[in-house]
Design a protein around this ligand. Structure first.
Ligand code: M6R
Length: 606
């Protein structure tokens, strides 16, 4: 869940390392550091907190080496203080690491008994001492790393440099992503291609168990058995503009506003717009005979999967089991032969989702992945990839990735329903037409955000906020609560509206805003009854709906007016107001919108 980078060049690399790290801050940002080799010696600068602190440090104490590694940290082992910040080093070796070394305690004891002195509380430092130990015993750097790798259990991506070696970097990957970038007389390493975007668009993804020897004119890659491995370089889709906020104050705002465009891109992948028909690329699975669908994911991606459960069961008439990945992976759930398991993930690297995918594979499921990063581990381990074309999402709070996940899953539902004969051609054409209207309907909502600014004043004064929704709006209520809590730090809960009377109604008084996702669909009247229960107890109702105020019959504190749309597309459209409510509340409260406390964009630990 940290970000790592490495550069081999013939010129000083420190500033480029910081530039690359800036693109990885979404992976963690509680401390950062770089190390280079200068005149044969390892030099290091580290700083607690955001990357700008490291930049200030480098301005007063520069590093001038032509080879270097860098790290931005999300603490797992050891407090987020400078002493625990990466790179870790001995006078001979310096290492940056993303992942967890599970057997670090035994290794630490063994190395301490052998006379090594540890300076930090981290698991990573054991790697440094293991390599140093081998070198002290006479091994060259490459052999020392090879023998250290054999001792490590856990998940890791590593970049390693050595004193006295200004043209040698080693890298290894097991369970955490790592990409090699190819430049002209320069080579790069990064946790993802976005980090390397300003320097090169030619990248090679290391496979599980690979290690690599980099010099500034190329790379040799070896598999887990130490055999030379052919990994084909590809052109990365990332480019240098990706971390630009444009004219927005935050990445989250930019990403909310990108939704009409990226949803269009995603639709274009799955629809024949000219014909008004669904056009799912051949996925190599006979959808007509799928007995059951299992869906698993985490966080916002899970809520996208939950919406898909309502869609698939209603329109394709296939039973769907869904669970959050951290539960499903340990439940030992029986899964039917020939079943289809769908994993939803923006990053494609979420550890729990990946582990659940592997479990389902062992249970004989065909695996489909709805992912935003097509080169990710989840994508590569799936039988079928249903891509979202959201582009890189930098804000920790997922917005455009969520609506693109919904878009891809809506298209998949249509394909499944067509294959099973539960959706006829006329219905297919109607629903495709509705999907094609979504980008415009969202663009209309983004025209004026004044009402959200007003609403933010109310929410910012609250201690608790409830979100309610029924049927397919229930996952949106939960997503709304998640979005608000993660970026504003306000306590919020999402409930099925019908569940209110079974407990949460006790929370309601005049200080509690209740945000109700209530499209005028077949369940609207039922939701209105719940709204009246809230009103009777003095709750402040914020209704998100295409209904009229007169339809409600109780006072509303605010009414976010939605366009009239089809029940099928409502979840995609109603996602936008819940994002804007959270965004403007966080801005009002002055929190760090793009990098909220304690979170990371890509959660590669369980
Ligand atoms: O990369 P993934 O989609 O697998 O990530 C899953 C969750 O960690 C993610 O959706 C998280 O809940 C977001 N911060 C929510 O905004």
């Amino acid at each position: 869940m940290c970000g790592i980078v490495g550069i081999l060049s013939t010129e000083p690399v420190a500033l480029d390392l910081v530039d690359a790290l800036r693109r990885l801050e979404y992976r963690g940002y509680d401390s950062a550091g770089i190390a280079t080799v200068e005149n044969g010696h390892l030099g290091r600068r580290r700083a607690e907190g955001k990357l700008r602190n490291l930049e200030s440090r480098l301005a007063s104490e520069p590093l001038n080496g032509h080879i270097g590694i860098g790290h931005t940290r999300w603490a797992t082992h050891g407090r987020p203080i400078e002493r625990n910040a990466h790179p870790h080093m001995t006078p001979r070796v310096s290492v940056v690491h993303n992942g967890i070394i599970e057997n670090f305690r035994e290794l630490r004891e063994e190395l301490t008994a052998a006379g090594h002195v540890f300076e930090t509380e981290t698991d990573t430092e054991t790697v440094v001492h293991l390599i140093t130990d081998q070198m002290d015993k006479g091994a060259g750097p490459i052999d020392a790393v090879k023998s250290a790798l054999k001792r490590l259990h856990g998940a890791f991506a590593l970049a390693i440099i050595f004193a006295g070696e200004d043209n040698l970097m080693m890298a290894a990957r097991l369970g955490s992503p790592l990409v090699v970038g190819h430049g002209e007389g320069r080579m790069f390493l990064g946790s993802d291609a976005i980090a390397l975007a300003p320097f090169t668009d030619t990248v090679t993804y290391l496979e599980e168990g690979d290690f690599a020897v980099l010099r500034n004119d190329g790379v040799e890659i070896f598999d887990r058995d130490e055999n030379p491995a052919q990994r084909v370089p590809i052109k990365s889709q990332a480019n240098a503009l990706l971390v630009d906020k444009g004219n927005h104050r935050h990445f989250m705002a930019k990403e909310i506003h990108e939704q009409p465009e990226v949803i269009s891109h995603t639709l274009a992948h799955y629809l024949d717009m000219a014909e008004g028909r669904i056009h799912l690329p051949d996925i190599g699975i006979d959808l007509s005979s799928v007995p059951r669908v299992t869906i698993s994911a985490c966080g916002t991606a899970y809520y996208a999967g939950l919406v898909a459960k309502y869609w698939i069961e209603r329109y394709a008439r296939v039973p769907v089991e869904i669970d959050i990945a951290s539960e499903l992976r340990y439940r030992e759930a029986p899964l039917p032969q020939g079943g289809l398991a769908i994993f939803v993930s923006q990053s494609g690297e979420t550890a729990d989702t990946l582990a659940t995918l592997r479990y389902c594979k062992e249970q004989g499921q065909r695996i489909a992945a709805v992912v935003n990063v097509r080169t990710s581990t989840i994508a590569r381990e799936s039988d079928v990839v249903l891509p979202t074309l959201a582009g890189p999402e930098i804000g920790v709070a997922s917005t455009k990735a969520f609506t693109c996940q919904l878009t891809a899953l809506a298209c998949f539902t249509l394909a499944l329903g067509r294959a099973r004969g539960t959706i006829d051609e006329a219905t297919e054409r109607t629903l495709v037409k509705e999907l094609m209207e979504v980008p415009r309907q969202i663009a209309d909502q983004l025209f004026d955000e004044t009402q959200y600014e007003h609403l933010a004043h109310l929410l910012a004064k609250s201690n608790d906020v409830l979100y309610l929704g029924r049927g397919i709006s229930f996952p949106l209520a939960m997503e709304g609560a998640l979005k608000l809590k993660e970026i504003s730090y306000l306590h919020a809960e999402g409930y099925a509206a019908g569940e209110l009377k079974h407990g949460p109604i006790a929370l309601i008084d005049e200080k509690v805003p209740v945000i109700i996702v209530a499209p005028r669909d077949g369940l609207f009247e039922k939701t209105i009854s719940n709204m009246q229960e809230v009103a009777a107890r003095g709750g402040q109702i914020v209704m998100i709906s295409n209904a009229l105020d007169d339809d409600v019959g109780c006072p509303l504190t605010a009414h976010i007016r939605m366009p009239d749309a089809h029940d099928f597309t409502n979840p995609i459209i109603y996602a936008v107001p819940i994002q804007l409510i959270a965004y403007h509340t966080a801005v009002q409260m002055g929190t760090d919108v793009d990098q909220p406390r304690n979170l990371a964009k890509s959660v590669t630990v369980e």
